[in-house]
Structures are given as structure tokens and as C-alpha cells.
Design a protein around this ligand. Sequence first.
Ligand SMILES: [Fe+2]
Length: 341
Amino acid sequence: MIFEEVAVGGCRSYLVGCQESCAGVLIDPEISQVDRYRGLAARDGLAVRFIIDTHTHADHFSAARQMGEAMNAAVVMNRRSPAPYVDMRLDDGDMLLIGKMRMQAIHTPGHTDDSMCLLVEDHLFTGDTLLIGGTGRTDLPTGNPGALYDSLFSRLLTLDPALNVHPAHEYQGRSGTTIGREIIDNPRLRTRDRAAFVQMMGELNLSAPTHLTEALRVNMTGKKAVSQLLAEAAATVPFISLDELARVLERGDDDLVVLDVRERDAFEAGHVPGARWLPRGQLELRVNEAFPDPTVRILTCCEYGKISTLAAATLRSLGFMRAVALDGGMKAWREGGYPVE
Ligand SMILES: [Fe+2]
């Protein structure tokens, strides 16, 4: 079996393939790693057939939809998953053929209602149902501690103790555990009584994950995270560094128009010398009168360098083919001691 583990932050995703046929499956892809997955699949000579999310993630952004499109692969989730972009929904016990390999879905509700684990040969991908030395939390939407207890004690822990366990999260860099080792070492699994387990899960008092609402919005619709929107805009425009802009100003180069797209107050409080002002909210409305010459070289700037990227991308899409964005914003410009008027 071809096996790749991708760790980013506390998230783990897996690329698994059949050695004989080179068919593959990608499990729990995360949005910041889309290029890595494609690179790994190419390096290993894998044709990825299925993209599987083990559940609706609430703490990171799923790349399932994007990878499904990029790799021409079917997006697979549990029958109860709300995401509309899922191509194939699995019931408990359903199996996927990946070349010569058989991958079976085990419905394990608890962390979420749509959680499932994936069993292939001697490997078990446990999503957030069973973690190394822990379990998934049950206090997020559709979580249910009683269901988690049943999924663990009546399903997962009854499987072959020699099965290798691969969770969707690991925060301490550990890997290489088995069902048998978790039964012995995992402190959460010491509470054998169902009611006591439910009470323990209820008393964890975990803080909400960052980006909770945005992650749910993105993962339940297949639409974009703000960071993705910005990254896509950034891929369509060139940038100019703060230093380079300072040199241009010093030379008195009048080819470049600095366009400040912040609100009026921010602009009036201090801007790049000679900058013109057109707030982002009025850009499309006033751009024709402001820039009758489409060959003008416009450099957009804002406070943090993000809205200016969107503005430059908008200008490029409107036909201002020399629009560029400042790599950084007015905050960095001021803090860097560059001239302000
Ligand atoms: Fe999760």
C-alpha cells in the first residue's frame, strides 16, 4: 500500500494508494495543502479516485471540493453530511474499491453525526472519533457524547487490536499507534461506564476552535474561506515591495499612480506622498472617470495589504493590465519609517 501522511498544524490528512493499480484516495484534505497533495500524488504515480472527508470539520477548511475538481475524483462523505457538493454518500458498511484495495466505511457518530472511520487492510483512519491519547470533542454542532461512547466501545475498540490508527488530528507530533495501544494508554478510554463517559465529555470545557463559524460555512457549502479568496486574488496580480515604492518615489517616477483604497479618515490621517484616493467601496463606481487611460500603471495600497490585493485584482479584471498591489500596507509603511503626508 502506498501511504503518505501530511501534517499541518494539528491536522492530519492521508494519501493512500494501491501499489498494483496506482489508484488512490485522499482523506481529509486541508485547504492550505492543495499543491502538496497534487505533488505527492504525482510523485507516487497515483490517480486519485476518491476524496473523502471523515466528517464535517468545524476547525479547519476542507479542500475536498477543490481537490475533487482538480483531480477529477469523486467527493465522498457520510450519508448524513450536509455538504451539497458530495458526489457519493456512504452508509455504514459501504465499501469503496480503490484498485485492488477495499476501503470500508464505519459510521461512528459522536464527534459529529456524520463521522465515519475508514478501514483498509490493517489501517484504520479514525477521523476525530479516536485520536492518539484522546477522542474528538462532542460539544460542537451535532456532537453527542453518548453516541461517541457507543461508536468507540461497541465499534472501534472491538476491532483487531493490531490495526494501525490514523487520526485526523494530532497536536503533539506523535504517530504510529494501534487500537490495542489506545485501549491501554488512552486516558479517555479508561472511563468504561457510559454515563460517566458522557459526564466526563460534558465537563471538558474546551474553548471554541478558531474560525468555527467560517469553517462550518465553508465546509457545509463548498464555497470559499476569506484566506482563499485573498490567495486567489494574489495569484492574479504582481506586487511591489515597500522598498521598491520608496525608491520609485525618490526617483520622482511619474509613471506610477499610487491609489489609496482606504476610507477617507484613514487616508486623511496619512498616506503615501502623492497618492490618489478612491475607496474600495466606490472603486467600480468611479474608476472610469478616475482613470480614463487603461494603460496607466496603478499601485493599490490599503492598511494591511489585503483589500489592496482585491482592488488590484478587480482593476486587472476590468482591463487595467498594469495594476499592481503593494506587498504590505500603510501600517507596515508607517512602521518602516517611510515618508507619509
Ligand atoms: Fe473534527
